[in-house]
Design a binder for this molecule. Structure first.
Ligand code: C5P
Length: 358
C-alpha cells in the first residue's frame, strides 16, 4: 500500500512520513518561487500588471484546485458553506493574512533591506510562542536554541550591508521605529494566522481542502474590496484586469497558489513551527541558487548563514547535538492533541456518507 502509518501513527507515503515529504517540498517550492520571482523582475516589461489582480487570480486558482480535489474525493463543494459557524472561523486566518500583507507593504517603504529582513525573521519565535500559548505545545530549551540559530542564519543569508546612500540618510529614527513596529506586527499576524489555521485543521473534523477553499474565498473578498476602492481599481477598469499578463506572470501565480496549498499541507501534516523552519531553509536554497543562476557573489555571511541553518534544522529535530551532529533520538515534545479524526460525515452527491479525514 502506498499510503500507510508509521510506528508513531504519522501518515506515510511509500514508507516515508508525509510530514517530512511536505516540508522538503516546501523548501524546494519556496526556494524555486523566489528564484522565479527574481528572474521575472529581471525581465523588462514584466511589472506592467497590477499586483493585486495577481493575488486575486492566485486565490481563484487555489479555490479551483481545492474544488477539483474535493470532486475527486466525492465531497460536495456546497458542504464547505453548510456550517456557518465553522465557515466563519476560517475568516480569522484570512483577516490575519490580510493585515499581515498590508503591514508588510507599508513597512517595506519605511525600512532599509537589512532591517526589514532581520525584523521579519523574528516570526520564527513568534510562531513558537503562539504554538506554546494557543496549542499548548511544549518546546524544549534545545529547540528554542535551534530557533535562535536558525533566525541568525537566515538573517546572515539575507543581510546586505547598507550602502549609506541618500535613502538611508532620509529615513528618520521615527520612521524606522514605526516600520519596525509594523513589521513586528506583520510577523505576529503571520504566526497567529498559521497557528489559528493549525487549530482549525487539527481541532475539527473539517478536511484540509474544505478549509483551504474557505480560506481562498475569504482571501478573494479581502483582496477584491480594497482593490476596487483604490486608484488601482479605476486603472484596471481602464486597461483591463489582465493587462500586462505574460506566461511568466501566470507561472508565478500558479507557483504562489500551489505554494500556499503546500503551506496548508505542512501545517496539517507537520505544524506551524516546521512551516517557518522550512521557509527559513528555503531562503538558503534560493540564496545558493542565485549564486549559480545569477552569478551572485559568494559572501561570508552567505556561507556562515547556510552553515547555521544546516545546523539548526537537525538540532530542532533532535538529530544533532549542540556540538557535532549525532543521531540522538528526537526530543519528546508534547504534541498538540487533535480531535479524533477517523470518519467525517459529508454531503456527497449521493447524499450523506462517511469518509476518512486523510
Ligand atoms: O510569511 P508567511 O509564512 O506567513 O506566509 C505564508 C503564506 O502562505 C501566506 O501568503 C498565505 O497566504 C499562504 N497560505 C495559503 N494557504 C494556507 C496557508 C497559508 O495560501 N492554507
Amino acid at each position: 500500500m502506498a499510503v500507510g502509518v508509521d510506528a508513531d501513527g504519522n501518515p506515510t507515503l511509500f514508507g516515508v512520513p508525509i510530514k517530512f515529504l511536505v516540508c522538503c517540498l516546501l523548501v524546494v517550492q519556496n526556494g524555486g518561487a523566489v528564484l522565479l520571482m527574481r528572474s521575472v523582475r529581471a525581465l523588462p516589461g514584466e511589472k506592467e500588471f497590477v499586483t493585486q489582480t495577481a493575488v486575486i487570480m492566485q486565490e481563484c486558482l487555489k479555490a479551483c484546485t481545492c474544488m477539483a480535489v474535493m470532486k475527486c474525493q466525492q465531497l460536495s463543494v456546497s458542504q464547505a458553506w453548510g456550517d456557518t459557524v465553522e465557515t466563519m472561523k476560517t475568516s480569522v486566518p484570512a483577516l490575519l493574512y490580510l493585515v499581515q500583507n498590508n503591514l508588510q507593504y507599508v513597512a517595506v517603504g519605511l525600512l532599509d533591506a537589512p532591517t526589514y529582513a532581520v525584523t521579519y525573521q523574528t516570526k520564527v519565535f513568534w510562531v513558537a510562542i503562539c504554538s506554546a500559548v494557543f496549542l499548548g505545545r511544549q518546546i524544549k530549551n534545545q529547540q528554542w536554541f535551534a530557533l535562535m540559530i536558525l533566525m541568525g542564519g537566515v538573517c546572515a543569508v539575507q543581510y546586505q550591508p547598507s550602502t549609506g546612500g541618500k535613502d538611508d540618510a532620509s529615513q528618520s529614527v521615527a520612521m524606522r521605529a514605526t516600520g519596525v513596529c509594523m513589521l513586528l506586527g506583520a510577523a505576529l499576524c503571520s504566526s497567529l494566522a498559521a497557528v489559528s489555521f493549525e487549530k482549525l485543521l487539527k481541532g475539527s473534523n473539517v478536511d484540509m481542502w474544505t478549509r483551504n477553499l474557505q480560506l481562498a474565498f475569504f482571501s478573494i473578498i479581502c483582496s477584491a474590496v480594497p482593490l476596487l476602492l483604490s486608484s488601482d481599481g479605476s486603472r484596471i477598469l481602464e486597461v483591463g484586469f489582465f493587462h500586462g499578463y505574460t506566461p511568466l506572470t501566470w507561472t508565478c501565480i500558479a507557483m504562489n497558489a500551489w505554494g500556499g496549498l503546500l503551506v496548508g499541507a505542512v501545517i496539517k501534516y507537520a505544524d506551524a513551527i516546521l512551516k517557518d523552519i522550512s521557509i527559513g531553509a528555503s531562503i538558503c536554497v534560493s540564496a545558493g541558487g542565485s549564486v549559480f543562476l545569477f552569478n551572485a557573489e559568494i559572501t561570508w555571511n552567505l556561507v556562515i548563514g547556510i552553515v547555521f541553518v544546516s545546523w539548526a534544522v537537525p538540532l530542532y529535530a533532535g538529530r544533532a547535538s549542540l556540538g557535532l551532529f549525532s543521531m540522538a533520538p528526537p526530543p519528546e515534545t508534547k504534541a498538540y492533541k487533535p480531535v479524533a479524526q477517523t470518519e467525517v460525515v459529508v454531503m456527497g452527491k449521493e447524499g450523506p456518507h462517511t469518509v476518512s479525514d486523510e
